[in-house]
Design a protein around this ligand. Structure first.
Ligand code: SF4
Ligand code: SF4
Length: 458
């Protein structure tokens, strides 16, 4: 763990970070994730200004404690659960082996109930009384085992907060009614504003498109607030992200994600966009969501970006745990496959080396101590060569360990999108300089979040 006493005793070590703003630079203390915007004409001298340094020094223990808790003090409170190995699609970038998706097994209702009983007992041992764990049915495609999944949700309706991440193709009107009437969190996937673009990466094994089916489901979800749509950004849809957010906004999608493709397996690596092109397309799409908000008064929150805004303005309010080291895999949540095998995160399910045990053979308690899990949960950004001196390391986290392992040969390497992260943080800081950051966040995101320290250096 970080030694917060040594942080508070040492002098703040600030660096200037150019955010490409006409009036402001940022100064950042990387160890504590403290930052301030300062006018360009004084940003060099502020780094050694005794009054400024004194104010930071007085608050460093608080910053460090907060970061320390976020990085090392949380316990697992969620699980991604695959109720089947099969999928009806063959997406270009899928991280699960094709043979498993074509011929794998379903879990029976009895196995699902046994598994959720075991998980519930574990969460009760970890979490404060009265707090419900989250369980997200995940893929492969969980709706291929829909009857058993829905029966299991009914069985445990008072015990878990449920979510379903699905490709959407198997959601008929009864399924939509089941999900929306229970307030279940629903995640869909769509990669293009038109069928031609979506079908480049998301299609059946025989090559048939699924775009129109997913749009039908999205139409039926108008007005439902507990759902989101993931777009995986690849070379195949990079030029269409602005149209993508226009489509989502027109369909009243409350939240979307524009996620960079994970380059964990070769399929993802083949459609990896360059950092520069991705940054350009992504910021254009974000600016378009802002225009739409100004024009209509209705937000389309891009959750993966909102999470970076929160990482900067209120680290403890983050909702996603990829952009911090150690990431959330194996410490805030974990994954269970359809055989009961345990992994730090779904991203590792295709990598047997990261199997930490089996739920049904009593592996839950011990799996967190296995090297399969510890290698992920002990991955510290300070120990990654290029990241140790990076000023934005606690806003980035060098995701993703699975991607780093497969793409760059070791878990203690960077992932695929380093320059994109730097540009993303620059953009967040420019929004803050211009007073626009709240327009990109969920309404009331800060309800109940205390301000640890606020230093306004205009
Ligand atoms: S960074 Fe990768 S392993 Fe960690 S939580 Fe995100 S997807 Fe999972
Ligand atoms: S991956 Fe790049 S941006 Fe992220 S912490 Fe490492 S050096 Fe910094």
């Amino acid at each position: 763990m970080t030694d917060t006493r040594s942080i508070s005793d040492a002098s703040p070590s600030l660096v200037r970070f150019d955010i490409n703003h006409p009036e402001y630079d940022a100064v950042i203390e990387a160890d504590t994730a403290f930052w301030s915007l300062v006018r360009k004409d004084v940003s060099a001298e502020i780094l050694t200004d005794p009054g400024f340094l004194q104010k930071i020094a007085e608050n460093r223990t608080g910053f460090a404690d907060e970061m320390d808790h976020l990085r090392f003090g949380l316990v697992p409170s969620a699980v991604y659960f695959n109720p089947t190995e099969r999928c009806n699609l063959n997406c270009t970038y899928c991280y699960l082996p094709e043979d498993m998706r074509r011929h794998g097994r379903h879990m029976s209702k009895e196995q699902l109930v046994e598994a959720l009983d075991l998980l519930l007992a574990y969460f009760h041992r970890q979490m404060p009384p009265g707090v419900k764990p989250q369980l997200i049915f995940h893929g492969s495609e969980p709706m291929l085992n829909k009857a058993n999944v829905f029966a299991t949700i009914e069985h445990f309706k008072d015990d878990y907060i449920f979510g379903i991440q699905t490709n959407g193709t198997l959601l008929d009107s009864d399924a939509v009614e089941f999900i929306t009437s229970r307030g279940i969190s629903l995640g869909l996937s769509l990669d293009g504003p038109t069928a031609e673009i979506t079908n480049r990466t998301r299609h059946t094994f025989s090559g048939h498109g699924i775009h129109d089916r997913v749009i039908e489901v999205m139409e039926s979800l108008r007005g439902y607030q507990n759902y989101s749509v993931i777009t995986t950004v690849t070379t195949e849809n990079l030029g269409h992200l602005t149209e993508m957010v226009e489509l989502f906004h027109s369909l009243e999608v409350p939240t979307c994600m524009l996620n960079q493709v994970r380059c964990t397996l070769p399929g993802g690596q083949k459609v990896r966009p360059s950092d520069e092109e991705f940054t350009k397309a992504y910021t254009e799409a974000l600016e378009r969501t802002h225009e739409l908000y100004r024009e209509t008064g209705r937000k389309l929150v891009v959750a993966n970006f909102a999470n970076i805004v929160l990482a900067v303005v209120a680290p403890t309010a983050r909702r996603l745990m990829c952009d911090i080291s150690p990431c959330g895999g194996g410490r805030c949540f974990f994954a269970v496959n359809a055989r009961g095998d345990l992994f730090p995160c779904s991203e590792f399910i295709g990598l047997p080396k990261f199997n930490g045990g089996n739920l049904f053979s009593g592996g839950l308690e011990t799996c967190f101590q296995t090297s399969a899990f510890q290698n992920v949960t002990q991955r510290k950004i300070e120990e990654i060569d290029e990241c140790g001196s990076c000023p934005i390391r606690h806003f980035c986290g060098a995701p993703c360990p699975a991607e780093a392992h497969e793409l760059n040969g070791a878990i203690n390497q960077r992932g695929a999108f380093c320059e994109f992260y730097k540009d993303q943080v620059r953009y967040v800081l420019r929004l803050i300089a211009d007073g626009r950051e709240n327009d990109f966040l969920w309404d009331n995101w800060d309800k109940g979040i205390p301000t640890v320290f606020d230093m306004n250096m205009s």
